[in-house]
Write a protein that binds this ligand. Structure first.
Ligand SMILES: NC(=O)c1ccc[n+]([C@@H]2O[C@H](COP(=O)([O-])OP(=O)(O)OC[C@H]3O[C@@H](n4cnc5c(N)ncnc54)[C@H](OP(=O)(O)O)[C@@H]3O)[C@@H](O)[C@H]2O)c1
Length: 347
């Protein structure tokens, strides 16, 4: 089958589209014919080995080098074509969304420890084999396969952030990086949960963000960004959903109401930040670290997808063979919405 294979850490030349052997179906597994697979920053960071503190020692997200060759791709949707021993055969032919995570324990609140495309072969391929517990039947969802594939990592991460920060109806929620994959999903999901969303983004993206559910959109380049956001929430903001970090991070603390929360899952503007701790502890505010989702959070997302209550924006759909162009578009940051790859079955 055709697949996009990481042959080592480094630049785009380390990702090669080529013929590989079909994945082997074991007991308890399902084989999914991939019809759509979305790209994420993690595909680039994993290839570059950019997760560690030392560029001389490239690592994946677990702090270890990735074992290559590795088929990349954490986001996949498709059709079940075969099942292994012990798996209900009526799953064959069902349309499924694949949870990219394997967890450290059974149960709804376990932590992801292995991710598709990183510790296990992923979805940038014609076929993918995963344990049956990682597939969710979405046959009747009104979303098309590209929209479904756009969900797992970005919207799963957003769902994890909102849940860990206890976002609920009536909350005022600031979302940074709001035009990106995680940010846009956070805007949509927070609005769907009944929150009032203030989106922070570069200029010109207001109409799309308002369509996604933002009540207000603030230009991230405004010199008085934090004061402008504070003016929009006179009683203080309940939650800041942040994937940006960088120089502006510390000022978000002062924008929160007493007992308000910042939940952080990314650091696209830089991982080292400065905070006035007095603003944190005197007002009993909290900073919450969040990575990906739990089984329960993913189920919640799948449930919304089944009902069409969340609908990701897809900016582009390209054949799998054009993965380098897809990753270039992602890195350029001009496209609003997810970029989806179509293996031969999805074209
Ligand atoms: N922990 C996890 O589980 C997890 C999962 C997924 C992603 N992430 C991380 O979360 C971050 C966002 O991921 P993503 O997939 O949403 O990325 P993305 O699609 O590239 O979106 C990031 C957005 O941030 C904004 N941005 C870019 N550079 C910025 C800067 N210097 N200052 C302020 N805003 C900036 C851009 O929007 P505007 O130009 O419109 O502002 C961009 O659309 C990344 O760091 C990623 O590695 C973490």
């Amino acid at each position: 089958m055709r697949a996009a294979v990481l042959v080592g850490h480094g630049g785009p030349d380390q990702l090669v589209v080529r013929e590989v052997a079909d994945p082997v179906l074991g007991p308890g597994d399902v084989c999914v014919e991939v019809t759509a697979a979305a790209v994420n920053n993690t595909d680039i960071w994993t290839r570059e080995g950019a997760y560690g503190p030392n560029p001389e020692h490239p690592t994946g997200w677990l702090g270890l080098p990735i074992e290559c060759p590795r088929i990349q791709g954490g986001d996949a949707a498709g059709l079940v074509r075969a099942v292994g021993d012990g798996v209900d055969a009526t799953l064959v032919g069902r349309r499924v969304l694949v949870d990219p995570a394997e967890y450290d324990a059974p149960g709804p609140d376990a932590t992801p420890v292995r991710i598709l495309g990183s510790e296990r072969d992923g979805g940038f391929a014609e076929r993918l084999v995963v344990p049956v517990g990682q597939v969710h039947d979405v046959t009747d969802s009104p979303l098309d396969d590209g929209e479904l594939a756009a969900l797992p990592i970005a919207a799963g991460t957003a769902m994890g952030m909102l849940d860990r920060a206890h976002v609920g109806s009536g909350d005022t929620v600031v979302v940074t990086g709001a035009s990106g994959g995680v940010g846009m999903a956070a805007v949509q999901l927070a609005a769907a949960l009944g929150g009032r969303v203030i989106a922070v983004s570069s200029a010109g993206k207001g109409p799309v963000l308002r369509d996604a559910g933002a009540a207000d959109v603030v230009d991230r380049a405004a010199p008085d960004l934090h004061r402008r956001v504070a003016d929009l929430a006179p009683g203080g903001v309940d939650v800041v959903v942040d994937v940006v970090g960088g120089d502006g991070f510390g000022e978000w603390v002062g924008v929160l109401r007493r007992h308000g929360r910042i939940v952080v899952a990314g650091a696209i503007a830089g991982p080292h930040v400065t905070i006035d701790l007095r603003a944190l502890y005197l007002e009993q505010r909290r900073i919450i670290g969040s990575t990906m989702h739990t089984r329960a959070q993913f189920e919640r997302l799948v449930d919304l997808a089944r009902r069409g209550s969340v609908r990701p924006v897809v900016a582009a759909r390209l054949p799998l063979e054009e993965i380098h162009e897809a990753l270039r578009l992602l890195r350029a940051g001009d496209a609003i919405g997810k970029i989806v790859l179509l293996p031969p079955a999805g074209v």
